[in-house]
Every structure is written in C-alpha cells, then in structure tokens.
Design a protein around this ligand. Sequence first.
Ligand code: RUG
Length: 833
Amino acid sequence: AIASIPEPQRAAWEKHTVKNFEDQDGFEREVVRHVETTLARSLFNCDEKAAYAATSLAFRDRLITDWNRTQQQQTFSDTKRVYYLSLEFLMGRALDNAMLNVGLKDTAKAGLADLGFRIEDIITQENDAALGNGGLGRLAACFLDSLASLNYPAWGYGLRYRYGIFKQEIIDGYQVEVPDYWLDFNPWEFPRHDVTVDIQFYGNVRKSTDANGKNIAAWEGGEVVQAVAYDVPIPGYATPTTNNLRLWSSKASGGEFDFQKFNNGDYESSVADQQRAETISAVLYPNDNLERGKELRLKQQYFWVAASLYDIVRRFKKSKRRWSEFPEQVAIQLNDTHPTLAIVELQRILVDVEGLPWDQAWKIVTNTFGYTNHTVLPEALEKWPVSLLQNLLPRHLQIIFDINLFFLQLVEKKFPEDRDILRRVSIVEESQPKMIRMAYLAIVGSHKVNGVAELHSDLIQTTIFKDFVAIYGPDKFTNVTNGVTPRRWLHQANPRLSELIASKCGGNGFLTDLTKLAKLEQFAGDKEFRKEWAEIKYANKVRLAKHIKNTLGVTVNPASLFDIQVKRIHEYKRQQMNIFGVIHRYLTLKKMSPEERKKQLPRVSIFGGKAAPGYWMAKQIIHLINSVGSVVNNDADIGDLLKVIFLEDYNVSKAEIICPASDISEHISTAGTEASGTSNMKFVLNGGLIIGTCDGANIEITREVGESNIFLFGNLSEEVEDLRHAHTYGSHAIDSDLDAVFQEIEKGTFGTPHDFGALVAAVRQHGDYYLVSDDFHSYIETHRLVDEAYRNQDEWVSKCITAVARMGFFSSDRCINEYAESIWNVEPLPTKE
Ligand code: RUG
C-alpha cells in the first residue's frame, strides 16, 4: 500500500501544489519552460515539432491536475464506475480537443503567435491515435468524450498497439499499406510501470477436491506475459472531470532478455522471448466487419481482458465490500464480442481464485456485464475453434462448457418439446471443427444486450438472436441508437459554423445539450442568416479543395456540388454502386451537345476509405474509382462538370476537414446491413444533406429531419431476402443503365477490362448479393433529384439549416445517458474544483 503524507507535512505540499496557467502569459511561460528544459532546446532551434511538443506538454500538465483530482474524488466517494472494454479507440488528435475542452484555444493561439508560430501548423504536427478500424472504434472515442463531459465515473480499457491502422498510399491506382508507427513522440500517455499484471497462457488444468469434498481447478504451467498500463487522460468539455483510458502494452515477464543465452553468445534466441511477448500488443488487426480467427488475435483479446479484470477486481477489493456488491460498484460494457472472454475470466476469478460457489459467482457476472452488438453480417460474427481455446486457455474452455451446460439445462426446462432449439442456441457449435459462438456467450453472460440503431436492434431480435428473445424474454434486449460528440464533430471540425450557431442559439450551450439546436429552425427562412451559412459552407469547400490540390494535384471547383462517400471500403457499403453511378453520369454528359452540357450542374465525386489488406474485392473497388478518376479528370469535354477524387489515407483528422465540406454525402448500404453508421450524423450536423437507403440510423435521421430534408432511395430491408432468392432461383435482369456502364467498362474505357471483371461479375453472374442492380435505377433517379434541388440554393440552404436544427437527438451525450440509465445504473459525479 502507498502511504499518504502525514498531516504535519501537508501544509508544505499544499503551498507548492501545481497551479494551472490561466492566461496567455502563463501559457507562454509553460511552453518556453518545456522547450528549454523538457526538450532541451532553445529559441535558436525550436521547430514546429518542438513547439507542438511543448504546447502539448503545457496542456497535458493542466489535464493531469484535473485528472488526479477526478480520480481521487471518484475513489473517495466510492460510487459505481463504468468500464468500457473496447479493442479499438479511434481517438484522432488530442491537442486541439484538449485546448477546446479547457476553453483556452484562443489563449494558446495568441500565445503561439507571440512565440512565432501559427496554431494550425502546430496542431497538424500531431500523429492521429488511430487505434481502430472505423465506426466501432470511433464510437468508443465519442463515448469517452461524453462520459467525461457528463461527469460519469468511467474508465476505458484497451490495447496500446505500437502500430495502429495502416497508412494507405495509392500507387498506380492501387492501395498500398504502410505501417503506422505513431509512438515516436506521444505526450498524451503515462507509462505506469508500477501497474503491471502477469498474464498466463497455455498450460493445463489440475483438478482435485479439498478437505470438504469441494472441486478445485488449478490452472498451471504455460507461459506468462506481462501487461504494463499506459494511462491517457480524457478531458470532459467545460468540466474539470478528466477520466482515464488505460491501454495495456505487452512485455516479456522476468527481465528484458535471457542473460544466460546472451552470455553464451546465442544473441538471437536471447531476445526471442521478449519479441514474442511484445508481439501481442504490436499491431491492430485491420479488419472492419470481418473476423479471421487468428491465434494472435485471441491472445490479444485474453491479454487485454485479463489485465483489465485484474485491475477492476483489485480496485473493488480495496473497498472491502462483499462480493455480492460487485455489480453495484462495477458496470462493464462489452464493445462487440471482442471482450467476451471477460465474462469467463470474471467467473474464473470468482470461483477458482476467490472460492465463491458457481451460482453465486454467475449471478455477479451476469449482473455486471452488458453487451453491445454492432453487426448482423455473418462474416463479422466471432467464432473461435474449440481446439484453439483448449490449447491457449484450457481452464476458460472448461468454464465455457459449464456455462453452456447450465444454460442448455435452462433452455430444456423452458422448451421441453423443442429438441432443435438446443442445437441452435448452444454456445458450442457442433460443426467440424467445433466452434465457440462468442455472441451467444456474450448474451448468456450479460444482463442487457443492445443494438445500435432501431432497425438494427429490431433485426437482431427477429433474426440472429431470435431464440434468445424467446428464452430470456424481450426485456433483456434493447436499443441505444448511436450518437457522435458535437465537440469534436462540430465545434472542433467546423469552428465557424459552431460560432454562427452559438450566435443564434444563445451561446455555446448547444455543445452540451444538442437539443438546443432546435432554436436554429426559425432562421431557415432568414435571408441574411442563409447567406452567412452558405459562405461558411463555401469556405469549408475551399479548404477541402486546397487539400485535394496539395495531395493529389487535381483542381476542383468549390462551386461544384461536393458529393462525398468516406468510410471503410466494403461491398455492403456499396462504393461500387457509387462509382457505377459516376460512370453513368459521365456517359450521360458525353452524349450531350456542348450547349446541353453547359446547362449541367458541376459535381465533384469524392471517395475515401481503407480496404482490409486481405479483402481483394474492396481493393478492386478502390482501383476502379482511381481508374475512372484518371479518365474523367483528364477529359477536356467534361472539364469541371465532373471530377472523381479518391482521398488517400482517410482517418479522423481528415474527416474533420471532409465532413464540413460536403453538400451531399452517401450512406447507401444494402438495407439491413449497416447496423447504424455514424458519419451520416456527422455530415448532417455539419450542414450537408444525405442520400441514403432505409438502413441503420438513416431511418431515425429521416424521422428527425423530415422526409423532405433527406434523399432516400432503394429497396427496404423486408424486401432483401426475396430479392436475393429471386436472383438465385429466377432470371436476374440487370438494370439497363447499369448494363451500359458495364459495357463501357468492358470496352476498356477505364483501363484493362479484365481488372474490373470481378466487380461486374458479382452483379451479373454471382447473384448480386448486395442488390446493386435492384437499387440502381432509384439511385440514379434520386441523384437527379439532388441536382435539381441543389439548383435552388435558397431552398437547399434552408433544408440544411432545418436538418441541423433537428439533429439534437444524435449526440453521444444522449446515447451515454441512455446507457447510464437503462443498462449501467450509474450516476454522474461532478469533479469539484
Ligand atoms: O458497421 C458498424 C456501423 O454500422 C456502426 O455504426 C459502428 C458503431 O456502432 O460499428 C460498425 N462495426 C460493426 N464495426 N465493426 C463491426 C462488427 O465487428
């Protein structure tokens, strides 16, 4: 135990306690101090990187004092805490966010200018913390922001990957992956070398009985790897509450390397163990909505889950409460099935280590966990081979079998006549090889299961988890529609729009209560206001046009309609349909006379997103987009009427430039496939309209903003099954416009036709699983309506203003309050100054 300072000496501490800077002078003093001492530089060799470092350290110092205070108060008050377990946290940059949250960005801007720097140049020095793939990881980051801003006592737990999501380069139109080593300088983390946990793998289980005849299981042998904690402070907006994100890094246990081997000259194998241990947290798996069943991935999951639970249990034990009170002190949310082993690990700790009876332990476990499902796509549902678990985590496999046994007994009692249900719901899939179904384990071990948008939550209850609704009743299942943080996605990304909104909504209050945006609606008809609004949109488009020019060398006209689709590249998200639509537009323009062309609305079609390195079809889509771009962008007949842009290396900091610059953004997944989507919310919040299918959160966005302020098209999720059936068993006629597009591709207009053969064949010959042909006509038709609507700028801008005014529901604050009330049962605990 760490002793605190005795009473008589406390006065000295209090006298010297760190005082935060509050003004420009104080800020500059801190920057110069860090440059001259921490960084050992001076005014003669302070470059932008050093100025970034010193600015970050100055703000970090501020956060740390708040963070200490928050943690102390949370510990003393002994209230319930939330632990958010996520294998991904897509945080983006921290400095800008920290400056805005403590309300000192203007101070820093003036201070940096005084010291010879432009704040924009300093902010952009920072590497993105890109510890995630896409929506799931970014949602976790938005949640951390809301938890702190709403003063909830909460910690995030994740892995400290040395390499985040790869950097994407486009070379000759193809995606090339480059490693993202982001830790060369990271002032936002604190290594806690005193907080380490030994994590065991492999080995075997010895069973025995004690003097009272009680069964005992001991997990013995195997190898041990050390988990070292790295803490990242998470500041709330306009509150001193600063929460903690704890990321685990792996390290060989028992010293750096084997000295014996080293001294014998066996240098290579002396470091081998160390390297093997460090591999666990080395790299983020770059798959989005796809699981690949690799052993290292399972190792990552257990390593992170075991370290986190050890930490949580240790903290609970300090309170000296009874075990039955654990769920009153601890709520653990599983972000997808990736942390599902936490359920098994807690049961193991309670039964094997703490000696609780199985049933008592299981009650504690199920009352502690909540599980969020993020997908219904079969290829994304996690399953692990029994043989892999047997080898890596032998005791956990036994516990899973026991959990399953007791669960199936319950099912049998409830449905004695239905033999087939046991096979359907068993956690162990009786396949070859046998598999553990992680989603089923997560449901059985949690007290609440939620989907992330209304349609998605309905779908999980009526399709993939239908039997579980019958077993547990509907109350175990609920919906919490996703949201985004307006701090980063409006205030930080679009400062001018944020300021304009504040001027009409009675100040910055909308940033902490987004429903206050409603006041904007009355200005939708105000000419002067619309003019200011349109000017800001134009300036944001100019900013993106500059980025395009600087990175790709292509000139785009900011007066064109900017049509943007940025997200992971996936067949279900249908970027292929978008690019087929672009080709259709190109062909239509080509057929027109020069006079006719002059009447057309110029458009820039912008794409961005990464393909999983092993996802060949997604990579073909990227190639087609780039190939179409190089033809269209150089066609003198077309000029500014159509440009096709593929933005390299889409990430959080680029999204902050892209979202404010859209006129229309595309959210066009096959109905029923996109669980929610969150960029749809970001784009509307930034004053762009969307074209989308009736899928995920698009449906609720429509309900909120009104059907006249969104462009919906395509088949509904209820229709998908029948259409797929018809493709497989009937004759599948391809839409005639789409067929013309395919013929043009096959003529070689966009390069070797063979390169794109698979994309065409997927629709024509292989059943068109994603219904591109079925939706193509209404997609094209709806784009025509977009063009038409955009011509009337007054009305268009009115629509945008109205839509923003009605977006109050989509704040991640609303979302977190719903989780707190209906799943976690936790209360805010504001940090006192
Ligand atoms: O694909 C989903 C998105 O629809 C959703 O908005 C996001 C956050 O809930 O999660 C995404 N997701 C789902 N990412 N990975 C998965 C499956 O593991």
